[in-house]
Design a protein around this ligand. Structure first.
Ligand code: NDP
Length: 275
């Protein structure tokens, strides 16, 4: 079964399911990414701060896949805060990936208590205009941060990559993204394993003959979000890809929505300040 595509606000298509490489050691990243390609994934989510862009680039080169059949996202390291530094870092990401053009490049964190993010966004606008990215977006932006971009810059982000899982369903921010044509990408889609023993998910999984991870990922897919679960375990990489031959009912979806506890695993974007 093929992975559906989501059309971003500038017409670029992104596979709704991808493979995340956060916390995969640099020396293991090429092999893990090649496994994902073998299983059928065509969308990889990396970041300069993960230290493994070179491994992703090596896997793209070794895979034998057409460049146009692979969608690669990376993100600006928090330490590059000025317009010039951001542009230089974006170029370095291309060099490390060994690519002429990246599919999607994001500001990783807004860092509102550290530095104004508007100059960083203007750098990404330049990067896009220069043809070095097919689309640009943000990560961990709250509504107020997006409103500043709408007021002070030209390009509406194509995506907002935020923490979303059954214990943090993010309804208000997802609705805000959707109302402005911004696709939501859900990071830590299984809450790094935290939701997998949940009894509601386990009951739905037993009824469907699926794993709780699959039920959780299918919930994201049916909500319309883009996801990229991470695993270094081949059987899980395969399991997480097998999401397109079953459906959750409206009652299942509502039951999972009802698990929300507004509980983050990661930092709060309004206060996170690590550069
Ligand atoms: P995930 O929610 O994808 O969970 C990954 C963890 O769950 C790993 O420990 C993995 O173990 C385990 N796992 C994966 N699949 C299964 C399964 N089927 N059954 C049981 N356990 C499983 O967490 P991540 O934080 O990695 O998020 C995914 C991606 O989101 C990242 O890789 C990154 O690309 C992105 N991200 C972005 C952030 C941002 O600030 N923009 C922040 C955090 C993540 P194992 O590998 O040992 O198999």
């Amino acid at each position: 079964m093929s992975v559906p595509a989501i059309t971003l606000n500038n017409g670029v298509e992104i596979p709704q399911l991808g493979f995340g490489v956060f916390q995969i050691p640099p020396e293991e990243t090429a092999a893990a990414t090649l496994t994902a390609f073998e299983v059928g994934y065509r969308h990889i989510d990396t970041a300069e701060m993960y230290g493994n862009e070179k491994g992703v680039g090596e896997a793209v080169a070794k895979s034998g896949l057409d460049r146009s059949d692979v969608f690669i996202t990376s993100k600006l390291n928090n330490k590059f805060l000025t317009y010039d530094d951001a542009l230089r870092a974006a170029d370095q990401t291309l060099a490390d990936l060994g690519l002429e053009q990246i599919d999607l490049f994001l500001i990783h964190w807004p860092l509102p208590t550290v530095s104004d993010f508007v100059p960083r966004w203007k750098a990404l606008e330049r990067f896009l205009a220069d043809g070095k990215a097919r689309a640009i977006g943000v990560s961990n932006f709250q509504q107020a941060h997006l409103e500043r971009l709408f007021d002070e810059t030209d390009v509406v982000p194509a995506v907002n990559q935020i923490e979303v899982h059954p214990y943090l369903t993010q309804k208000p921010l997802r609705d805000f993204n959707a109302a402005h044509g911004i696709a939501t990408e859900a990071w830590s889609p299984i809450a790094q394993g935290d939701v997998l023993d949940d009894p509601v998910l386990a009951k739905i999984a037993a009824e469907k003959g699926r794993s709780t991870a699959q039920v959780t990922l299918r919930w994201h897919i049916q909500r319309g979000d883009i996801v990229f679960p991470k695993s270094v375990t081949r059987s899980r990489v395969e399991e997480n890809f097998a999401l397109f031959d079953f459906d959750l009912s409206p009652d299942d979806l509502a039951a999972i929505d009802g698990l929300n506890k507004d509980r983050r695993r990661g930092p709060d974007p309004d206060t996170f300040d690590r550069v």
